[in-house]
Design a protein around this ligand. Structure first.
Ligand SMILES: [Zn+2]
Length: 188
């Protein structure tokens, strides 16, 4: 593989937006400009995702409220899935609903058992405007649903109820990254 074709190799690692940042709670805008700035954003998102050792990343996690996500994620058969989707639509979900451990780069160090469909199909476009269809099962289907949620302004914690939700919110409130963010904002 040529060096230049490795996703993220030319990208810039951007700061991650963290739980509590309003950009994570708002629906992202449709992409209308498929120009070089979009390709740069996708490159930066890959660089940021790899630097954070994530398996997926949505654009609002680097502060851009646009409907774009990237992924490099295994499924339950250890098949690697690598790509990006612009203006994704979750067109199909199916199979059994599985509660499995789920985390998010915007809530570092935390995870909770979250219910997701075992199968998901996403339709959208590449950064150059070519239509793409992405099919996932198992952990990769979970990733696709998680990233589509981000672009609607939803986090996995929004899908939790009861003690699972209370526990992750309590841990988020005590997390070192959250305390530091509050102090940066001048709150005590
Ligand atoms: Zn996430």
């Amino acid at each position: 593989m040529r060096h230049g074709s490795i996703p993220g190799a030319r990208g810039r690692v951007r700061p991650l937006t963290l739980f509590g940042d309003p950009v994570l709670g708002a629906p992202c805008a449709e992409v209308t400009d498929f120009g070089p700035a979009l390709s740069r954003l996708v490159e930066d998102m890959f660089a940021t995702m790899y630097a954070a050792r994530g398996v997926g990343l949505a654009a609002n996690q680097v502060g851009e409220s646009l409907r774009v996500f990237v992924y490099d994620c295994p499924d339950d058969e250890d098949v690697r899935h690598l790509g990006h989707v612009v203006n994704p639509r979750l067109v199909e979900t199916g199979g059994v609903v599985v509660r499995g451990p789920e985390g998010c780069l915007s809530l570092p160090g935390l995870e909770a058992g979250t219910e997701r469909y075992d199968e998901a199909v996403v339709e959208g476009f590449t950064a150059t405007g070519e239509p793409v269809t992405v099919r996932g099962t198992g952990f990769f289907a979970r990733c696709l649903q998680h990233e589509c949620d981000h672009l609607q302004g939803r986090l996995y914690v929004d899908r939790l109820t009861g003690w699972r939700r209370r526990r992750v919110l309590r841990r988020a409130a005590r997390a070192p990254w959250n305390r530091a963010a509050r102090e940066d904002a001048g709150e005590s």
